[in-house]
Design a protein around this ligand. Structure first.
Ligand code: ADP
Length: 688
């Protein structure tokens, strides 16, 4: 062996292929930035401790929580290890276009972080090569390629397979691209997820050529392999975190939907439908209307889309699952008009009829990402492989491939939509069951109450008649004792009062039990009858009952509606201490009633009738009590007495007409008068 002092140290690599042994000799030097530098001699050779370096790097990689952090650590570590001036992590998306997801820069080169590149940017042969090899160095872009001699193997007649040769030259086209960008040396490594090429670690050097010796290359290659192995774990971890976040928000949405605001609150509450899902807009179709948030198609476009969707889901038997597309136009061409906001669509149908839908939207990818080079304007792409001109046809192909496309929906997102769908459907079913149960209970207890009231009032009348009769007989047979007569008188008065109460109760129970005779009635006629009945009962001449404008025709039970009016009119006159007693009967049209904020919600969209008096009024704290049976706000004999059942019967009758009755203070309606107003609705027609 010659004297070590005078001999350049070499790395020798040996591998076999097609029955041949290939031996490669490389000078052992870290860099050729200084061309005058003497080759490193065998004796001065100092090996960095790559094992220790890699060990530290792997620890740092393991600490990364998000994929973004992981890629950044990887770029930084490769930069430290290789000394290359630009190191980028280039990720392939599902549609094969690429994105620079991390970058480590040593010089003042313009950053590429966040740029996207069309799939054609990295040609298929390059991708295929990185599926087989881990690393490809270009030590000097200005060095001319040396020709193989012989070109063909004399034994096999085939060219030598140099896939695994470190010293193999790269395509002239590629070095040309690199040179265009001022890159003097490059190094590229594969990043794989399982057997798939996930992305690349690409290194560029600008200040001079840079040879990466075997040991360092091996360390880089090892790093790429470790990175590839951990990538899956990080991606899985990130997916799991996203899945958890989506589920968390789903649960919160469900809680909100179960509360008072109902399903619509998932569009404007905190969180909303966009709380976790990576989408730029969402819409809910519920109770015949749209609720939109973020960027969505307009309502007319949504109507069309929903109609198509229902037909599409039915034809393809998809009504019990979610529908996801990254290019809606492909399925539904009219979507071209709004592909800038909704190229991607994820739909969770909440009912088989299509009456309830949740949709998430994603915009056209071309609008949202920062393309390295303008894919619309000019067929020019600056890429990790250089700025290059794309052939017109492949450029058009590229534009076509990204046009009307959104980023695809991830499986976790599709799963989350399906989960929200089933949670909400369960809620709706549970709620419907509960409501049905409550209604049945209510109907049963109402029936029982009516039956009880009937039995009680009917059966009690009999013994009461007996008591009255005996009291009468005792009265007739009584001696002259005044005290005894007073007591017997009291007994007879009480039996009469009880009789009145029982009559009211009996009447009340009948009101609840007897069928209504629904017909078209003219309220003006009914009011005229009611006024006549009320007038005949009171002698007071200074009273005025008026309707400021003719009342409408409605569907109702003539006798029962008249009873409602008679009760309210007579109360208006009875509880009135004015010289001139006035009662007004009128109505508020359906479209106006919705605008009254103090009206109950159930009255919205219905004609609201009212009976207003200028009497003594009712304090709001008694509003509930006046409808309770036998409840009077006054002493037994005050204001002409009464059983305290009138308003209870009014309420029952109104409710049997599917309406609602509620009182207000007279001034409520801005007439400035005191007194009371009773509002009520009669919606019996809705039953038909
Ligand atoms: P009654 O008139 O037989 O006592 P109601 O059920 O009709 O029974 O009314 C219950 C109570 O509500 C009445 O005792 C009265 O105190 C009060 N009330 C009813 N209508 C009016 C009114 N228009 N103005 C003031 N108070 C009223």
């Amino acid at each position: 062996m010659p004297d070590g002092e005078n001999v350049a140290a070499l790395d020798v690599t040996l591998h076999t292929i097609d029955g041949l042994v290939l031996v490669e000799f490389e000078p052992l030097e870290l860099s050729r930035t200084n061309s005058d530098a003497a080759p490193m001699s065998f004796a001065t050779r100092v090996q960095p401790d790559y094992y220790a370096i890699i060990k530290k790097t792997v620890t740092r990689l393991q600490l990364a929580i998000t994929l973004q952090q992981f890629c950044q650590v990887l770029a930084d570590e490769v930069s430290l290890l290789s000394g290359m001036e630009r190191v980028i992590i280039y990720k392939f998306h599902a549609d094969q276009h690429g994105e620079v997801v991390a970058e480590s820069l040593l010089g003042d080169q313009p950053p590429w972080l966040g740029l996207h590149y069309p799939a054609e940017d990295i040609p298929k042969p390059a991708r295929d090569m990185f599926a087989k090899t881990w690393i490809r160095p270009v030590p000097d872009t200005n060095v001319a390629l040396a020709e193989m001699t012989p070109l063909l193997n004399a034994d096999t007649g085939k060219p030598l397979d140099m896939t695994h040769c470190a010293l193999r030259g790269v395509s002239l086209l590629y070095t040309e691209y690199l040179k265009n960008m001022g890159v003097l040396a490059g190094l590229t490594m594969a990043l794989r997820r399982g057997n798939e090429l996930w992305g690349l670690i690409t290194c560029h050097h600008y200040s001079g050529p840079r040879a990466v010796p075997y040991q360092l290359r091996a360390a880089c290659e090892f790093l790429a392999q470790v990175g590839s192995l951990q990538l899956q774990a990080v991606e899985d971890r990130e997916n799991a975190a996203y899945r958890i976040k989506l589920e968390e928000v789903n649960q919160q949405l469900l809680t909100m939907a179960a509360q008072e605001g109902g399903l619509a609150s998932i569009t404007d509450g905190q969180p909303s439908l966009l709380g976790a899902m990576h989408a730029s807009g969402a819409a809910l179709f519920h109770r015949d209307r749209w609720w939109r948030l973020g960027q969505t198609p307009d309502e007319i476009q949504l109507e069309g889309l929903a109609a198509w969707l229902m037909a599409h889901l039915h034809t393809n038997s998809l009504t019990d699952s979610v529908y996801a597309t990254e290019s809606l136009v492909a399925d539904y061409p009219p979507a071209a008009a709004f592909s800038h906001v909704a190229s991607g669509l994820l739909v969770a149908p909440l009912s088989y009829s299509g009456q309830n839908l949740i949709m998430w939207f994603r915009p056209e990818v071309i609008q949202t990402v920062n393309w390295g080079g303008d894919p619309h304007d000019k067929p020019m792409v600056s890429s990790p492989f250089g700025i290059r001109r794309m052939p017109r046809r492949s450029f058009e192909r590229f534009t076509e491939s990204v046009r009307h496309h959104a980023f695809p929906w991830l499986q976790v997102e599709i799963d989350a939509a399906a989960r929200l769908r089933s949670l909400i459907m369960e809620l709706v079913i549970v709620r419907a069951e509960r409501m049905a149960g409550l209604n049945a209970d209510l109907a049963r207890s109402n029936e029982e109450l009516d039956a009880f009231a009937y039995v009680a009032s009917h059966d009690l009348k009999e013994p009461l008649r007996g008591i009255h009769k005996y009291a009468h007989q005792l009265m007739e047979a009584a001696s002259g004792d005044e005290e005894e007569k007073r007591r017997l008188n009291g007994l007879m008065r009480l039996t009469l009062r009880m009789d009145t109460l029982l009559d009211s109760l009996l009447h009340f129970s009948r009101v609840g039990r007897e069928d209504l005779t629904l017909e078209k009635i003219d309220l003006n006629d009914v009011l005229a009858d009611a006024i006549e009945m009320v007038s005949s009962r009171t002698s007071d001449s200074r009273k005025q009952i008026a309707a400021p404008r003719p009342l409408p025709q409605i569907v109702g039970d003539r006798v029962r509606v008249r009873e409602v009016l008679v009760n309210l009119l007579s109360n208006g006159l009875k509880y009135n201490d004015k010289e001139n007693k006035r009662v007004e009967v009128g109505f508020i049209e359906a479209h106006e009633s919705s605008l009254r904020s103090n009206f109950p919600e159930s009255s919205n969209g219905h004609t609201v009738y009212y009976v207003r008096d200028n009497g003594i009024g009712i304090a709001p704290r008694h509003f509930e009590q006046v409808f309770k049976i036998f409840k009077r706000l006054h002493g037994r004999e005050e204001y002409g007495g009464g059983a305290g059942a009138g308003l209870t019967i009014v309420k029952k009758l109104v409710e049997r007409h599917r309406g609602q009755v509620w009182p207000a203070v007279g001034a409520e309606d801005s007439t400035g008068s005191t007194g009371s107003t009773f509002f009520f609705t009669l919606n019996a027609m809705d039953e038909n």
